[in-house]
Design a protein around this ligand. Structure first.
Ligand SMILES: Nc1ncnc2c1ncn2[C@@H]1O[C@H](COP(=O)(O)OP(=O)(O)O)[C@@H](O)[C@H]1O
Ligand SMILES: O=c1ccn([C@@H]2O[C@H](COP(=O)(O)OP(=O)(O)O)[C@@H](O)[C@H]2O)c(=O)[nH]1
Length: 239
């Protein structure tokens, strides 16, 4: 069974927006539990998994800036949102008996441990799921960039982006329902064609480190494990 596994160690970027389910804001615990069950299933395949969690269900810095506020403050609020999500996902993973640790890029020792690559690798080696909170710890970045960064630091064989759509399309499929879906692309093609499923910095960092990106729907139960097993529906971006 495990010999068929496509990637042995992966970084999963979980969309913050996905966590709110059909609510307009915040966290739907049933959705967090379902995502945790998908992570548990993937772990049973023997795959090492660490997670970067987004924060768009709580706050996005650009929303402050677009209303005339300070972008850096807005981004700080967004990063704090990812910490809230990380604690929720840890709670859900614990329900499935998964030993989980939250490491934050912004120090808040009363709430969770702070990130360092050394600490993260040690927890991963001990068999824990590591959830990276606080994005990169810097404004003007996104949690997709944090995903690419942590994937490189953890030695992940692939960056999985679990998002609202089931792959990369010629245009945003939410805006153009006739957009065509790609099975495979190179990093250069994603950047050259301006395919905006992920920000440029994230794709460029993955390209530089030869990390494949796998874009799939986080809403499809069991899809993560299927893709890890060489099946499932996703767009794979590689060299
Ligand atoms: N070419 C494209 N292919 C697929 N999705 C796209 C594309 N361009 C824009 N998108 C949009 O990008 C969204 C994912 O980006 P993002 O807002 O970062 O979500 P997330 O919450 O997963 O971080 C998708 O839900 C999709 O609507
Ligand atoms: O390294 C980072 C990661 C995130 N953010 C802020 O946190 C918000 C939430 O993250 P993101 O939009 O990436 O979440 P997602 O799209 O996955 O829900 C962003 O809009 C930014 O304001 C940031 O400033 N630096």
């Amino acid at each position: 069974m495990t010999s068929e596994i496509r990637y042995r160690r992966v970084l999963l970027k979980v969309s913050g927006e996905a966590l709110m389910g059909s609510q307009g804001f915040g966290i739907d615990v049933a959705v967090a539990d379902r995502i945790a069950s998908d992570i548990a299933e993937a772990r049973r395949l023997g795959v090492e998994i660490s997670v970067v969690i987004g924060g768009g269900n709580i706050f996005r810095g650009v929303a402050v800036a677009s209303k005339g506020g300070d972008r850096v403050t807005g981004d700080h609020m967004g990063m704090l949102g990812t910490v809230i999500n990380a604690l929720a996902l840890r709670t859900s993973l614990t329900k499935f008996g998964i030993d989980t640790i939250v490491l934050s890029a912004i120090a808040m020792p009363e709430i969770c441990e702070s990130f360092s690559q050394r600490t993260a690798l040690a927890h991963q080696a001990a068999g824990r799921v590591v959830i990276f909170a606080g994005g990169t710890g810097n404004p003007f970045f996104t949690t997709d960039s944090a995903g690419a960064l942590r994937a490189a630091e953890m030695g992940a064989a692939a960056l999985f982006k679990g998002t609202q759509v089931d792959g990369i399309y010629s245009e945003d499929p939410k805006r153009n329902p006739d957009a065509t879906r790609f099975e495979r692309l190179t990093h250069d093609e994603v950047l050259g064609r301006g395919l905006a499923v992920m920000d440029i910095a994230a794709v460029a960092l993955a390209r530089e480190n030869h990390i494949p990106i796998v874009v799939f729907s986080i809403h499809e139960k069991g899809e993560f494990a299927k893709i890890l097993s060489g099946a499932g529906r996703a767009t794979i971006v590689s060299d």
